[in-house]
Design a protein around this ligand. Structure first.
Ligand code: SF4
Length: 477
């Protein structure tokens, strides 16, 4: 080799090294709004971008790329994102090379409109298009804007190993299905997340194995409608009927998946979210009862206690069927906690419907809940065909009655634990004192107790001595 060629190669090598180093120094700042799926998706995005040399940072000022993973479920969630974009704009004035991207449901809903309305945005990417980020980043590197909002027919990210950002090192989300076929009239999700498709169970098992190796103790299986999980070799759930006889007879549903995962990982605590009452079947409840490591906690959004309003919402169950489901949960899994979502003031809701909601809450006495005033979402069947006719003051009053009643119920539920011993998985320091641990029970209640020689990730038995409506207070035994 000639001296010149050697020097030339050496320079090129150094140059490559410098480029690689620069690449590895790129900083990604990412914020997630809305549901747990968005948190999980942000971890997938961080993983895809880490292959391009991006490390995550919690300091937005030093970021080369700022991404905001958005939610469209309520108008308020979208306004929060718009406000954040204003803040990013101010930072971009100091750091003009910083690129800003919008991900998630707002990106899918608004598409190119986002680029027109928010001049700060360089990049718009829908929930199924994150694999295209390397190409999109290439496109925006020379000052253009880029967009990909294509929806997929596959689960999409089965082989991406998420980077656990903002993790407590104890609990993690594992996505098992995407999309929703239910078309509730108020909901934007079927339009922003597409049709239901499920993930290969083997890739779910592999991801949990990695988590276990890394000392994670709790996994939440995630999907917009987990009870609708159906693996028959890939593809949309609505196309199941067209699959081969072999694919249909060997298909795996959610109860079977849950059973499989619970057996495979007896040391891992399992949760799942979200369930839709119309899709939750008894076999799932029996599998929960069968395995000690499946947490005794179910999120069962009902949205209204009135059969008439449920019909307007295109929910495929009545109040009575929901009550039967709750009764079944309570008799098959005594002590199971139940949480809910409730909408106050949906189109056409009358005072009697609201009273039905309150009486349903009185019957169930929920442990936890998420309660909102109805907020009309553009493009939904409710926006197109119904009148948002409950006056704002009435919505507010109904919501505050729902919240007040729920607070009574949460306190009642927490008081039932006093004098009992519960198993707590330690997640970290208590918010109020670093001399106390904070953890969660199988029922998903927060518990605090004085520190001893335990460590984060330990399961400990705690005798509950006192409580507030949000926290159990006890001592280790
Ligand atoms: S079940 Fe209804 S509310 Fe839930 S994501 Fe699907 S359409 Fe939306």
């Amino acid at each position: 080799m000639s001296q010149e060629k050697y020097i030339d190669e050496k320079i090129q090598g150094n140059a490559l090294l410098t480029i690689a180093k620069q690449e590895n120094n790129k900083k990604l700042y990412i914020e997630s709004y809305g549901c747990q799926m968005n948190v999980s998706d942000s971890e997938i995005v961080a993983s895809i971008l880490s292959d391009l040399g991006y490390n995550t940072t919690s300091h937005i000022e030093e970021a080369d790329l700022v991404l905001v993973n958005t939610c469209s479920i309520r108008e308020k969630a979208e306004l929060t994102v718009r406000k954040r974009l204003e803040k990013f704009n101010a930072i971009k004035k100091i750091n003009p090379t910083m690129k800003v991207g919008v991900l998630g449901c707002m990106a899918e809903r608004l598409k190119t409109q986002f680029l027109e309305e928010e001049k700060i945005v360089d990049l718009v990417v829908g929930p199924d298009a994150y694999r295209d980020l390397p190409n999109l980043l290439e496109e925006i590197s020379d000052g253009r804007t880029a967009i990909n909002v294509l929806l997929s027919k596959e689960e999409t990210y089965a082989d991406v190993a998420p980077v656990r950002i903002n993790s407590n090192g104890v609990s993690a989300f594992v996505s098992i299905m995407r999309g929703c076929d239910n078309m509730c009239t108020f909901c934007v999700v079927p339009f922003t997340r597409g049709r239901e498709r499920s993930r290969d169970p083997q890739s779910i098992i592999d991801e949990i194995k990695t988590l276990q190796k890394n000392n994670y103790k709790e996994v939440t299986l995630l999907g917009q409608n987990v009870d609708s999980y159906l693996w028959y070799g890939g593809g949309l759930k609505k196309d199941f009927e067209k699959a081969s006889t072999l694919a249909q007879t060997t298909a795996l549903d959610f109860a079977q998946l849950l059973d499989l995962v619970a057996k495979e990982f007896p040391e891992i605590r399992l949760r799942f979210s979200t369930s839709n009452p119309q899709d939750m079947h008894l076999d799932v409840i029996h599998v929960m009862a069968k395995h000690r490591n499946i947490c005794k906690s179910i999120h069962l959004p009902v949205q209204s206690g009135s059969t008439r309003v449920l019909e307007l919402m295109n929910r495929k169950h009545t109040r009575e069927e929901y009550i039967t489901l709750i009764d079944n949960v309570r008799s098959i899994i005594p002590g199971c906690s139940i949480s809910f979502d409730m909408i106050a003031g949906f189109c056409g809701e009358e005072e009697q419907d609201h009273q039905d909601t309150l009486s349903l809450m009185e019957y169930v006495k929920y442990d936890f809940g998420f309660m909102f005033e109805y907020s009309e979402r553009p493009g939904t069947p409710a926006e197109k065909r119904m009148k948002d006719d409950v006056p704002p003051a009435v919505k507010k009053r109904r919501l505050s009655e729902i919240i007040n009643l729920h607070q009574k119920h949460t306190l009642y539920r927490m008081q039932q634990y006093i004098g009992k011993t519960v198993e707590v998985l330690i997640e970290g320091d208590s918010k109020k004192s670093d001399k106390q641990w904070m953890g969660r029970t199988s029922q998903n209640s927060v518990a605090v107790f004085d520190k001893g020689d335990e460590k984060i990730g330990d399961f400990v038995n705690v005798l509950i001595e006192n409580c507030t409506s949000a926290t159990l207070i006890g001592k280790r035994i």
